[in-house]
Design a protein around this ligand. Structure first.
Ligand code: FES
Length: 333
């Protein structure tokens, strides 16, 4: 981490990797830096939003090469529990500096049991414990890769790659909201990445109302975490069996847009996010939005293209690294 640059400053840029210990990354070395025009081979600097960290200078200082990228860490499982048929709770022992880097909202890691890197799965970090040097993850057992985690026991090892930070879109507005009013609407596992958002909003003296649709997730677990935050909690049903927003959800959105709420965070699937944000747009022209980043990620480095969406005819956004306005995001999904 660059000395003198506060950790939270990174969120004000286009790239979640900006000014981190791995910046400049391989994209800068290859002439495809998301932030720096000079690294892209232009003859002008347009780094108006990059504060005090010059990626171009850092690249030159490093002999035109990227800095060491994310190491693979072999880490021990110190606690595990199947919550129900679908979800598994894992607590991993990781180096202290990695725990520290995973504290910000939107942080995630790639984990795998198998030595084969194709088995990497991106998972949100929902709890960090500096004292015991552990992180907590919830894995949804849903396919070939995640099935591997089902049999894991305490004392087993996992491969971990990270930290990564772009798990929340709209984090710029989110991190600037202070002493105001906000709502968080989650369904099922979407609650897990949203927990960091709730904590951030509470820490910054915002009045927060959380609307939870428990879905298939553990009611008990959600309540246990949420009880640690000073928030109002309401249980709702977000959609009906056909996937349409319920009247209850619509009325929550109408009420929130009319009661002084400045920001709504959505921890929903892309399908429900699109419907919800479109509805908000019809009722408010100024509501700030943030949402869980649901992109399918593979490398997490802006290289493989699995998370890429077309912003316009000339612009591809790599959602593993790049921030994007949630209102733009819903037009691309
Ligand atoms: S996950 Fe590979 S480019 Fe984003």
């Amino acid at each position: 981490m660059l000395k003198g640059v506060q950790f939270h400053l990174k969120v004000y840029t286009k790239c979640s990797n900006y000014a981190s210990e791995t910046c400049p990354c391989i994209l800068a070395e290859a002439g495809h830096c998301i932030v720096c025009s000079m690294c892209r081979g232009e003859d002008y600097c347009d780094c108006y939003d990059t504060l005090t960290y010059c990626i171009y200078q850092e690249l030159k200082n490093n002999g035109g090469k990227s800095k060491d990228q994310h190491n693979i860490i072999r880490c021990e499982i110190v606690h595990e529990k199947m919550i129900n048929e679908i979800y598994k709770h894992l607590r991993l022992k990781v180096p202290r500096h990695v725990v520290d880097l995973l504290k910000m909202p939107g942080s995630f890691v790639f984990i795998r049991k198998n030595e084969n890197a194709y088995y990497d799965v991106p998972i949100s970090v929902f709890l960090t414990d500096m004292e015991n040097e552990t992180i907590d993850l919830i894995v949804k057992i849903i396919g070939v890769k995640t099935e591997e985690f089902k049999s894991l026991k305490k004392g087993d090892n996992l491969y971990l790659r990270g930290p990564y930070h772009n798990g929340i879109l709209g984090i710029k507005d989110l991190s600037r909201l202070k002493g105001s009013k906000a709502a968080v609407i989650c369904k099922g596992i979407g609650f897990i990445p949203s927990l960091g958002v709730i904590k951030t909003l509470c820490r910054d003296d915002n009045e927060v109302t959380v609307y939870l649709d428990y879905g298939t997730f553990s009611e008990e677990l959600m309540d246990a975490f949420i009880s640690k935050c000073n928030v109002n909690i309401r249980e709702i049903s977000v959609c009906d069996e056909k996937g349409n927003l319920t009247e209850e959800m619509k009325s929550v959105l109408v009420n929130e847009t009319g009661n002084g709420c400045k920001l709504i965070h959505f921890g929903l699937s892309d399908y429900l996010l699109k419907k919800s944000v479109s509805f908000v747009k019809d009722h408010s022209s100024s509501m700030m939005i943030s949402n869980n980043n649901n992109a399918h990620m593979c490398c997490g480095e802006g290289i493989c293209g699995s998370c890429a969406v077309d912003k316009d005819v000339n612009t591809i956004v790599h959602l593993c690294k790049e921030q994007i306005d949630p209102y733009d995001y819903i037009t691309m999904i």
